[in-house]
Design a protein around this ligand. Structure first.
Ligand code: SF4
Length: 65
């Protein structure tokens, strides 16, 4: 599983980082960036889903690769 952030949509609310700091960080402009190329470590799948559900801009997606 891998998470992706659409930086065009991201408005920097940082909810993803607050909910899942293991998966996301925030750059100097306040835009979310994925850690570890977006690869979701085992056991953090629920947090990835939570971040998707809580992004107000629908900027986070998940793929199965
Ligand atoms: S929650 Fe969504 S809009 Fe907010 S920083 Fe994360 S990706 Fe960007």
């Amino acid at each position: 599983m891998r998470v992706h952030v659409d930086t065009e949509k991201c408005q920097g609310h940082n909810r993803c980082y607050a909910l899942a700091p293991e998966l996301f960080d925030v750059d100097d402009f306040g835009t979310a960036v994925v850690l570890n190329d977006g690869v979701v470590p085992a056991g953090l799948e629920d947090k990835a889903q939570l971040a998707v559900a809580n992004c107000p801009e629908y900027a986070i997606t998940i793929t199965d690769d």
